[in-house]
Design a protein around this ligand. Structure first.
Ligand code: ASP
Length: 584
């Protein structure tokens, strides 16, 4: 038997017991007469003692062991003289009388400590060492708990977990597909699912009215810091439901997770329409842990000779409470910040509401103190506040101000990761116009249903049609999204035509779904949550990689497997593939 106990288990009440432990050497301390070793496994750390006077040979042997050696020891549990209150096992130690080296270890390339000296790429290459560290172990435990509690809740709600295939058909659904060549069908390809969207809808046609799956999805997108080419979703679909049923069911899921995993209780989640989110926060995923809502000044500021405002479609600002004391330099910094290409504002206008009640702005040339008073009223500003104002085309000004709002939230310490504020954003537009390709794209996906009352506008003002679509946002991060689906063939056809599909193309790509819709498709809808991101949020972190056991780096590479990699000529031939390398 390798062990009678784990390294996190023994307590003072076990003193006197003969035990066997196995684990990794975290560190050892050689104090001349005594050698101490911290033995580690998943469950904790237990101190081992070797005494020169009691067993010199064994003590000598122990001194030779390096970090991360795997050993087995037998010995007796004893009360410690110097107790360590920080460790659950800190009141005891093991007086070792037998030692066996189960395996040696090279010196690890970085320290296996909570704060490690290893850079991210190095830690990814040696992921098995990184995963030994407490922070990652805790993340994996959290992830397990989240998946387990998700299954428990959905099972109680009579959902069935049904697997859908990973080798499916390439259909454009926003991102680029990863494709897999078929050896048995020369020149033909499977695609890896971007999501099981159409399959889960077909399960509804099949009568499985509550489906879920914790499922891997694949999107061949240009990677951003918090994206992975493969990621996990909690994917769900229900039949005979309206938007309200979906929101209630899945608000229940998120509440259940907060309760079971974090011990936090939530009331009803607030809801906001997409139009309000854009107007007041400049984002479809507002962080409402803090207010700082937008105030529109457009009608107040026109006609005083200030060209920037006179020419602007929208003049809009925020009130940074208590920031009137910002120095010239700090305001210049903020101005540079909003002018960066990522934010894209042309400039920043400010009004300081000084403590003595006077108002000072960067546009004093054009506006009197009386004018500024009116603005301050609109902002509900008080002495000590700083109003920050942007102007320009509506969408761009809102987006830029949304970024500035988050930045001010950060600077003012209003975005504590331990505070959670969920929010439903509802009534997304159905379509999004793309200037470059001169066509509409589905904002969510082509299967999303328009709001019944907006259907007549599909022919006249498609851009104004709202969808039965919703997102769950927590702390400014989109955690999940879904919609009520189109379940009638005629409407689905119409939608595909609006999206620029010819009838043949629609048939070729979605014929299977349209076919299914001819055999009694029930009204249905669903949602999917980004599971990696949900775990990261629950863990109080921004990085989803820390919550994935084997993530890929920014370039989409698996540093440990060294993948992607080339394949042999034989493999290529078998697949009828020929590689033309891009010219250097
Ligand atoms: N399939 C959608 C997605 O992956 C979610 C849904 O509509 O249920 O974003």
């Amino acid at each position: 038997m390798y062990r009678t106990h784990t390294c996190g288990e023994l307590r003072l009440s076990d003193a006197g017991k003969k035990v066997t432990l196995s684990g990794w050497i975290q560190r050892s301390r050689d104090l001349g007469g005594m050698t101490f070793i911290d033995l580690r496994d998943r469950y904790g750390i237990t101190q081992l003692v070797f005494n020169m006077e009691v067993n010199a040979a064994l003590c000598e042997e122990a001194r030779k062991l390096g970090r991360e050696y795997v050993i087995q020891v037998k010995g007796q549990v004893a009360e410690r003289e110097n107790k360590n209150q920080k460790l659950p096992t800190g009141e005891i130690e093991i007086i070792v009388d037998e030692l066996k080296v189960l395996n040696e270890s090279k010196i690890p390339p970085f320290t296996i400590e909570d704060q490690t000296d290893g850079g991210e790429e190095l830690r990814m290459k040696y992921r098995y060492l990184d995963l030994r560290r407490n922070p990652l172990r805790r993340n994996m435990e959290l992830r397990h708990r989240m998946a387990f509690e998700t299954r428990r809740y959905l099972d109680q709600q009579h959902f069935l977990e049904i697997e859908t295939p990973y080798l499916i058909k390439s259909t454009p659904e926003g991102a680029r597909d990863f494709v897999v060549p078929s050896r048995m069908n020369p020149g033909q390809f499977y695609a890896l699912p971007q999501s099981p969207q159409t399959l889960k809808q077909i399960l509804m046609v099949a009568g499985y009215d509550r489906y879920f799956q914790i499922v891997r999805c694949f999107r061949d997108e240009d990677l951003r810091a918090d994206r992975q080419p493969e990621f996990t979703q909690i994917d769900c679909e229900m039949a005979f439901v309206e938007q309200e049923d979906i929101l209630n069911t899945f608000e229940g899921l998120v509440r259940h997770l907060f309760r079971e995993v974090k011990g936090l209780e939530f009331g009803e989640f607030p809801r906001m329409t997409w139009a309000e989110a854009m107007k007041y926060y400049g984002s479809d995923k507002p962080d409402i842990r803090f207010k700082m809502r937008f105030v529109e000044l457009t009608s107040l500021v026109k006609g005083k000779g200030f060209k920037v405002f006179d020419d602007a479609e929208l003049v809009v600002g925020i009130n940074a409470k208590g920031c009137a004391s910002y120095s010239r330099k700090e305001i210049d910094q903020l101005t540079d910040w909003v002018k960066r290409p990522q934010i894209g504002a042309a400039g920043l206008i400010y009004v300081k509401y000084n403590d003595d009640g006077s108002l000072k702005s960067s546009v004093d040339k054009f506006y009197s103190e009386e004018d500024l008073k009116l603005w301050a009223n609109a902002f509900e500003a008080k002495p000590g506040d700083l109003m920050l104002i942007l102007a320009g085309e509506t969408h761009r000004a809102r987006k830029a101000l949304g970024e500035l709002r988050l930045e001010m939230g950060n600077r003012l310490g209003l975005r504590n990761p331990e505070v959670y504020q969920p929010l439903w954003v509802v009534d997304f537009p159905l379509l999004e116009w793309d200037d470059e390709t001169q066509r509409f794209y589905a904002m969510h996906h082509p299967f999303t249903s328009p709001k019944a009352e907006d259907i007549p506008m599909l022919d006249t003002r498609p851009a104004a049609v709202r969808a039965n679509a919703y997102d769950l946002v927590i702390n400014g991060v989109e955690i999940g999204g879904g919609s009520i689906r189109i379940h009638r063939k005629d409407l689905q056809n119409k939608m595909l035509r609006l999206l620029g599909f010819s009838d043949e193309e629609a048939q070729r790509q979605f014929g299977f779904l349209m076919g299914a819709f001819e055999f009694g498709a029930p009204p249905h809808g669903g949602i999917a949550f980004g599971f990696d991101r949900l775990c990261a949020i629950f863990g109080g972190s921004e990085s989803i990689r820390d919550y994935i056991a084997f993530p890929k780096n920014n370039a989409g590479r698996d540093m440990m497997l060294d993948s992607p990699s080339e394949i042999s000529r034989e493999q290529l031939e078998e697949l009828y593939l020929e590689i033309k390398k891009p010219k250097e």
